[in-house]
Design a protein around this ligand. Structure first.
Ligand code: SF4
Length: 497
């Protein structure tokens, strides 16, 4: 059932809303006669006129109206989090279907929401976007949107997304482009399914719609800003699922060889702006060096999608190692736990840092026992796996002063990945917990050694180690607070190619 209005969570003291008599617990139903759908829609409707008429409902169901002059910072209403939408697809490689059993409920949510796509760069297959929603995207200028295309051939797409009604993705994309919306796109490549001619067709048809196209049918419209290709990710938990071939090292190497060259041609034909993007996982799985800085866009397009994380880390490291700050690593002895795909790269970087400044840092490749060995990224490591790896490394190589865990495995922020509302109920993950609900405190206690999150680069790691030193003897929850005080939000993406 459609949500009826949006709940007011709080009203800023002294605000226009408070002056108008709006209270926490009221429900905002309409603005200037239009139904309010969610927070984004609220902001849009409020921006339409200087003078707005709001229709609300009290908890006792009585209705009232207030008029408010819309100030630059809004009128001081804090509205409830939106219910996330659930996808209607059944993709053959859906990660949620391949999750081991027994984790918390929020990890099994198949969210697919154009609001998250617009706000946070989540990819959507547009399965829950009907014509009304596409019109809304256009009207509210929710641009750019991130779309999981996977392939443009309708027959193959039906197989890939497991939904007979969702073959024709180009119809939806064209509707957005015609409305002036730009689109970032991605294709998850499953060998034998949507590679080969299917991929080439996808590439051709999306390239025709690229943003920098200045002539022809698409002139003056929105455009496809980028197309990334990402190798399929399979876990050890694919019971009763369609057979999907994995991307092995040979396949990844062949892909890199052909498509990095093609990607440079596309960039050259696109006014120098990289358009065809290869996820880092192609390089790490194929054990091939990632390309230089010029291979990636100025703005690191699709970084959140794993495109360019390794290069960005290496670029930062190159500068950092020469800095005065790097010298503060001198004498530090720590193990850095990370996914097996990133460990060799990190080891090379640490060897260089150790040589330059006299530190004793070592990278430890953590085997993913929960999801299966084929899962090699840091973001899917559980507290349990990190704990086993830390013990094993310490038993063979001796004690360290600190154990560093990938920030990506922690989700200490309260971003959309870990906080949803479903039918009005917030399904959230506690701060400082790993996927399996183990906390930083528990891991610290088990290892009897300070455990610190990596941060996004070596500079942040150093800040975290120093913060841990200053606060040694206190709980890691307090440590988290100390990190927050330093302005570090322990971002995702660290060591997470
Ligand atoms: S759209 Fe995403 S969440 Fe939905 S089935 Fe496909 S992969 Fe899973």
């Amino acid at each position: 059932m459609a949500q009826r209005g949006v709940l007011v969570i709080s009203v800023e003291p002294g605000s226009l809303a408070e002056g108008a008599g709006i209270k926490a617990g009221d429900t905002l139903l309409e603005i200037n006669g239009e139904k309010v759908l969610d927070q984004l829609n609220y902001q849009f409707l409020m921006s339409q006129k200087d003078e707005t008429m709001l229709r609300l409902e009290r908890p006792d169901k009585s209705l009232f109206e207030v008029s408010a002059e819309n100030g630059g910072d809004g009128i001081g209403l804090d509205l409830a989090q939106d219910d996330v939408k659930i996808c209607k697809q059944n993709c053959v490689f859906c990660f949620v279907h391949q999750m081991p059993k027994g984790y918390r409920k929020s990890l099994y949510l198949k969210d697919e929401d154009i609001r998250l796509s617009f706000l946070y760069g989540h990819f959507s297959t547009l399965s829950s976007s009907d014509d009304a929603e596409l019109s809304r995207i256009v009207r509210e200028r929710l641009s750019p949107i991130h779309v999981s295309v996977h392939c443009t051939d309708p027959d193959v797409r039906v197989k890939v997304v497991g939904n007979p009604r969702e073959g024709d993705i180009l119809r939806k994309i064209d509707r957005l482009l015609e409305g002036g919306i730009d689109v970032h796109t991605q294709a998850v490549i499953a060998p034998g399914l949507n590679d080969d001619w299917v991929w080439e067709k996808t590439l051709r048809e999306l390239w025709e719609r690229r943003a920098y196209q200045s002539k022809g049918k698409w002139a003056g419209k929105g455009g496809v800003l980028s197309l990334s290709c990402v190798p399929v990710g399979l876990t050890a938990h694919r019971e009763n699922l369609p057979e999907v071939q994995d991307v092995g090292a040979d396949y990844a190497q062949a892909w890199v060889k052909r498509w990095t060259k093609e990607a440079r041609h596309y960039a050259a034909a696109n006014e120098g702006e990289p358009w065809l993007l290869l996820a880092d996982e192609w390089f790490t799985r194929g054990d091939v060096q990632v390309p230089g800085r010029d291979f990636y866009s100025e703005s690191w397009a699709q970084l959140e999608n794993g495109v360019g994380l390794v290069r960005k880390f290496l670029e930062h490291t190159r500068r950092f190692i020469k800095s005065d700050k790097a010298k503060r690593f001198k004498g530090r002895k720590a193990m850095l736990l990370t996914g097996s795909s990133f460990a060799p790269i990190l080891n090379r970087v640490l060897a260089q840092l150790n040589r330059e400044v006299g530190s004793q840092l070592r990278a430890v490749a953590v085997r993913n026992n929960d999801f299966g060995e084929s899962v090699t990224v840091a973001g899917l490591l559980t507290g349990r796996d990190l704990m086993y790896a830390a013990h094993a490394d310490r038993d063979t190589k001796g004690p360290v002063e600190a154990v560093v865990v990938p920030s990506a495995s922690l989700r200490t922020h309260t971003g959309p990945t870990d906080q949803y509302t479903l039918h009005g109920v917030i399904v959230a993950r506690a701060e400082g917990t790993f996927l399996d609900d183990m906390t930083l405190d528990e891991l610290t206690e088990d290892l009897q050694t300070p455990v610190v999150p990596s941060g996004a680069n070596l500079s942040q790691l150093l800040d975290h180690l120093e913060a841990a030193e200053r606060t040694s003897g206190i709980s890691s929850r307090d440590l988290q607070k100390a990190f927050h005080k330093t302005g570090m939000n322990l971002p995702q993406g660290a060591y997470n190619p």
